[in-house]
Design a protein around this ligand. Structure first.
Ligand code: ADP
Length: 547
C-alpha cells in the first residue's frame, strides 16, 4: 500500500512538473507528453534522464574512445513512453546538443576522421527519433480508432438495451461449422437431408446459443436473463418452419433472413413473431448475430377473427342471395305466369263454347306459348346474372322491341284502360344491345307505371315510352307514367333491394332492373316528372348498327 501511495505522490509530482515545463514553453501538453501518469512511466522518465546525464558525463569527461553518445538513442527509447511526437523531437534535439557540447569539450578535430564519433552518434539519435515519432503517430492512430470503436460499441449497447424492439444476440458459429461440415461431406440439398433426418432441425437449434438479450426480448419470452442463456432450443416449437428457413439461409450463404416464426413461453403458449436477421458477409461475427423480433400474435388473432367473420358473412350472404333469388324469380315470373293463366282460361272459354271459336282459342294458345318463352327467357337471364355472365348484345330494331314489349303488357293495359304511347324517331337506326334484358327492364318499369296509375291520384291514364340516340353509341329509353308520382320518402331508396311502399310489393323490381342495366355498362335513374307522374330513364351503350 505504501509503495502505491508513494508511487502516486511521485507520479503526481512528475506530472505536474512535466506540465509546468510544457506550459512554460507555451506548448500544448498533449503535443509533448502522452496523457496519464503512473509509477512505471515515472521510472522510465527518471531512468531516461539518468542515462542522458551518464552518457553526457562519459562522453564529455572520460576517454571512452568510441561513439558512446549512440546510447542517447537508448535514453530516447526509454523516454518514448512518456513523450508524444513533439516531445520526442525536443528530447532528440537535446541529445544532439549534448553530443555537440561533448564533442566541443573533447578537442577532436572538426573534420573527419576527428569528428566521426560525433557524426555517428548524431545519425543514430536522428534515426531513433524518426522511428520513434513514426511509431508514436501509428500508436496515436490506433488509439483513436480503438476509441471510436469503443464509443460505437457503447452506442450500440445503449441502443440494444433501450430499444423497445426485441433484440436478441445469438451465436451461430457452431451451427455454421456443422453446416460447412455437411457441405464438405457432400450434402448439397439441405431440405432433402433434413427430411431424411427428423432430428436435424432440433440439433441445429441446439447449436444456436443465446449471447445477450435486451429487456424487450425478456418481456417477449417471459423469462429472466439467466433463463435465456444457453441453447435457444427451448424457445422454439418442434414444428417450427421458420428455423429451417434460417438454417437454409446460413447453408446457402445468403446474408439476410426475414420470416414469421413462433416462440414458446414458459406457460406453454406460443407467440407469433416476425423475425429479421443479417449474417455477416465475411463470416466474421457469426458469434454475435442480432435477431430482431416483432410480436404479431395480436395482429394474427384479429386477422383470424376477421377471416372467421368473413366466412360467416359469406354464409349469411349466400343464404340471403338464395332468398333474394327466389324473391326475384317470384317477382319476374309473376307477370308472365299470370298472363299464361289468363290466356289459358280464355282459350278454354273459346273452346268450351257450344260452337267453339277456334281462331280466338288458337290466338290465346299462341299468347300462352309466347309467355312461356318469356318465362324461359327470364330464367335464362337470371341464371346468366348469377353466373356474372352478361348477356350478349345483338343487333336490335328498337321500335320493334318496344312494340313487342307493349304486347306483353296487353292484358294489364286493357284491364286498367291505360293508353300506351310510344315515341320513336323514324330515323332510329338499329342498335346493338342485350334485347331480352332490356325488354325485361321495360316490362318492370311499365308495370310500375301501370300500378301507380291504378292506385289512383294520377292526372291521366297514360304511359309512354320515348327513345332517342345519344351520339352514335348510346341509346336512351324513357318510360313515363301519369300516376301520382314517387313518394318523397321513396326517392332516395327507389333502387334499394326490398324497398317497397306497396302493400303487396316485394321491393325487388327496380334493384333487378338497375343490376341488369349496369351489367350492360348502362345507367338507370328515376325521378318525378315536372308534368306529373314518374319518369325512369335507361341509358345504354349501344353502337348504331348500319347493317
Ligand atoms: P315494388 O314494385 O315491388 O314495390 P320496385 O322495386 O319495383 O318494387 O319499386 C320500389 C318502389 O319504388 C315502389 O314501392 C314505389 O314506391 C316506387 N316506385 C317505383 N316505380 C314507381 C312509379 N312509376 N311511380 C311511383 N312510385 C314508383
Amino acid at each position: 500500500m505504501r509503495g502505491t501511495s508513494d508511487g502516486v505522490t511521485l507520479s503526481g509530482l512528475g506530472a505536474s512538473l512535466g506540465e509546468s515545463i510544457v506550459d512554460l514553453l507555451g506548448l500544448r501538453t498533449e503535443a509533448i507528453l502522452t496523457p496519464g501518469w503512473y509509477p512505471g512511466r515515472t521510472a522510465n522518465a527518471l531512468s531516461s534522464l539518468t542515462l542522458i546525464c551518464l552518457v553526457f558525463y562519459l562522453d564529455t569527461f572520460t576517454n571512452a574512445g568510441s561513439a558512446i553518445a549512440v546510447l542517447y538513442g537508448l535514453a530516447l527509447l526509454l523516454a518514448s513512453e512518456v513523450l508524444a511526437g513533439f516531445g520526442i523531437l525536443l528530447a532528440s534535439a537535446l541529445c544532439v546538443m549534448l553530443t555537440v557540447v561533448s564533442f566541443a569539450f573533447s578537442g577532436d578535430a572538426l573534420l573527419p576522421p576527428g569528428n566521426l564519433r560525433a557524426v555517428v552518434s548524431i545519425a543514430a539519435i536522428a534515426t531513433t527519433a524518426a522511428v520513434l515519432i513514426r511509431n508514436r503517430a501509428a500508436t496515436e492512430r490506433l488509439k483513436r480508432t480503438n476509441d471510436a470503436l469503443q464509443r460505437s460499441e457503447a452506442r450500440f449497447r445503449a441502443i440494444f438495451e433501450q430499444c423497445r424492439v426485441a433484440l436478441w444476440e445469438q451465436d451461430f458459429s457452431k451451427l455454421k461449422a456443422k453446416l460447412v461440415e455437411l457441405r464438405d461431406g457432400g450434402v448439397s440439398n439441405l431440405k432433402r437431408h433434413s427430411a431424411s433426418s427428423p432430428m436435424f432441425l432440433q440439433e441445429c437449434a441446439d447449436l444456436i446459443e443465446s449471447v445477450s438479450v435486451n429487456d424487450a426480448t425478456l418481456e417477449l419470452l417471459g423469462r429472466s436473463s439467466e433463463e435465456v442463456s444457453g441453447s435457444i432450443r427451448k424457445f422454439i416449437p418442434r414444428d417450427e418452419e421458420c428455423l429451417s428457413g434460417i438454417v437454409e439461409c446460413l447453408f446457402s450463404g445468403r446474408t439476410r433472413f426475414e420470416g414469421k416464426g413462433k416462440i414458446v413461453r414458459p406457460d406453454g403458449t406460443t407467440l407469433s413473431v416476425l423475425l429479421v436477421l443479417s449474417f455477416p458477409e465475411d463470416g466474421i461475427g457469426l458469434d454475435r448475430v442480432v435477431v430482431g423480433m416483432f410480436d404479431v400474435t395480436e395482429r394474427d388473432r384479429s386477422q383470424q377473427a376477421l377471416l372467421a367473420a368473413q366466412a360467416e358473412m359469406a354464409k349469411v350472404s349466400r343464404v340471403a342471395m338464395v332468398g333474394a333469388l327466389s324473391a326475384s324469380l317470384a317477382h319476374e315470373l309473376n307477370q308472365p305466369v299470370g298472363a299464361v293463366v289468363l290466356n289459358a282460361q280464355s282459350c278454354l272459354r273459346w273452346l268450351r263454347r257450344e260452337s267453339p271459336d277456334i281462331p280466338s282459342a288458337s290466338d290465346a294458345a299462341e299468347r300462352i306459348v309466347r309467355d312461356a318463352h318469356r318465362v324461359a327467357g327470364i330464367l335464362k337471364s337470371t341464371r346468366q346474372m348469377i353466373m356474372r355472365n352478361p348477356a350478349r348484345a345483338e343487333v336490335t330494331d328498337v321500335a320493334k322491341m318496344i312494340g313487342e314489349t307493349c304486347l306483353l303488357l296487353e292484358h294489364e293495359l286493357t284491364s286498367g284502360s291505360i293508353v300506351l304511347q310510344t315515341r320513336i324517331p323514324s330515323h332510329m337506326p338499329k342498335v346493338k344491345l342485350a334485347k331480352a334484358e332490356i325488354q325485361q327492364v321495360l316490362v318492370n318499369l311499365l308495370n310500375n307505371g301501370i300500378q301507380s296509375i291504378n292506385s289512383g291520384g294520377g292526372s291521366e291514364k297514360k304511359v309512354s315510352i320515348e327513345c332517342s340516340m345519344n351520339g352514335d353509341d348510346a341509346v336512351v329509353i324513357s318510360v313515363r307514367d301519369h300516376g301520382r308520382g314517387i313518394e318523397d320518402n321513396a326517392l332516395q331508396k327507389l333502387f334499394d333491394p326490398f324497398f317497397t311502399t306497396k302493400e303487396s310489393g316485394m321491393g325487388i323490381g327496380l334493384s333487378i332492373c338497375r343490376a341488369m342495366v349496369e351489367a350492360q355498362g348502362g345507367r338507370l335513374s328515376g325521378r318525378n316528372h315536372e308534368g306529373g307522374g314518374a319518369i325512369f330513364q335507361v341509358s345504354l351503350p349501344a353502337e348504331a348498327s348500319h347493317d
